[in-house]
Design a protein around this ligand. Structure first.
Ligand code: BGN
Length: 353
């Protein structure tokens, strides 16, 4: 049958022509981009060709005649892809303000020419990292504006010298952010991680919590281990409440992100992840902070997440609110969250194994 067809000259001509087209495409775009085109995933990013993070922001110059009638498109048309990120001199708050003229007090932004389709709150736990915060704000504001989000940035500042507690600060950030507005998505963001690609959208997956910082430079742009959920993640308010928020009991460095990953699993959800080619982040170089020493309790805590997650979380969150301020570039929530319990002895640390 095939032989019979091959004998027909027009069939042979079509065959040769289609083969020629395939070779041509293969040569011009590369095999991976053809497969990505067919299967609909992202293009292969070239991180050696980067763009200024302030590209295309003139798009937001308000037109006094324009009337906002439509939702912004699902995928913003002004994204640029890989971004140039350098950690030289810390940009001053004044400079960041001047370059982000349409950001309103509290770090709010809403596109002027269309209704922001997605409403995103970015929550950043913080203490004594002013220079990192300024660097992050310098890169994050323009990226979020280009994504045409209705967004605000909330910084949760732990007052005093007690041991740092990232997960408890995140719980507070969520509770406070939800007082100000309704949000589709809560982005839980470390202060020292800067996204390298504006196609990494700061929006949630409605069915699963999303781990966004899947490829960090400090881990050679791959995951340190499969269940890793640290750095930057995105959850809807519903997902957050379903897992009873985050644990309040992890003081100091380590383990709280693993507890969060466990809660997600224990509550019947699973994790989705930004593809490694897109979830790239640069970490601002720094030494370990004072007041964020290794958490020696974490092994025991993690062993018990199954028993504790329903009692330790949003339903057991206590703190003292010291101030709420709408600064030019973010909403600053300052809190007293109390003190860590005494550290365990070396012996109890190893009981985990
Ligand atoms: C892991 C930490 C995480 C941390 C990553 C990356 C623990 C728990 C041990 C049982 N987990 O080892 O919290 O984000 O390294 O640095 O220490």
């Amino acid at each position: 049958m095939l032989l019979a067809r091959i004998e027909k000259p027009y069939f042979l001509l079509c065959l040769v022509f289609s083969q020629l087209m395939f070779v041509l495409l293969f040569y011009r775009r590369g095999a991976s981009s053809i497969f990505q085109g067919i299967f609909g995933s992202n293009p292969a990013w070239d991180y050696s060709r980067t763009h200024d993070v302030y590209t295309n922001l003139s798009f937001f110059t308000p037109d006094p005649e324009a009337v906002r009638t439509l939702y912004c498109p699902v995928r913003s048309p002004i994204l640029v892809g890989p971004l140039s990120i350098t950690f030289g001199r810390t940009p001053s708050l004044k400079k960041i303000q001047l370059r982000n003229r349409y950001v309103k007090p509290g770090g709010y932004f809403s596109p002027k020419h269309c209704y922001g389709r997605y409403r995103t709150a970015v929550i950043i736990p913080h203490r004594n990292r002013e220079s990192h915060l300024q660097t992050l704000l310098y890169y994050l504001h323009p990226l979020l504006q280009r994504q045409q989000l209705h967004y605000a940035i909330f910084v949760v500042h732990q007052a005093g010298n007690a041991t740092f507690n990232r997960a408890k600060l995140l719980n507070i950030g969520v509770r406070e952010a939800l007082r100000y507005d309704t949000w589709d998505c809560l982005i839980l963001h470390d202060v020292d991680l800067v996204p390298e690609n504006d196609y990494n959208l700061y929006v949630c997956d409605t069915s699963r919590p999303k781990h966004m910082s899947s490829a960090m430079d400090k881990f050679q742009y791959s995951l340190p281990y499969w269940a890793y959920f640290g750095g930057v993640s995105a959850v809807t308010p519903d997902q957050f409440m379903k897992i009873n928020g985050f644990p309040n009991t992890y003081w100091g460095w380590g383990g709280e992100d693993d507890d969060i990953a466990d809660r997600i699993r224990l509550s019947g959800l699973s994790i989705t992840r930004t593809p490694l080619s897109l979830g790239r982040y640069k970490m601002i170089p720094h030494d370990r902070d004072n007041g964020n020493e290794e958490n020696l309790h974490r092994y025991n805590l993690l062993k018990n997440t199954r028993k504790t997650w329903k009692e330790d979380g949003m339903n057991s969150l206590h703190f003292t609110l010291l101030s709420r301020e709408q600064t030019a570039l973010y909403t600053n929530i300052t809190v007293d969250i109390g003190e860590a319990p005494p550290a365990p002895t070396e012996d109890s640390r190893w009981k985990f194994f």
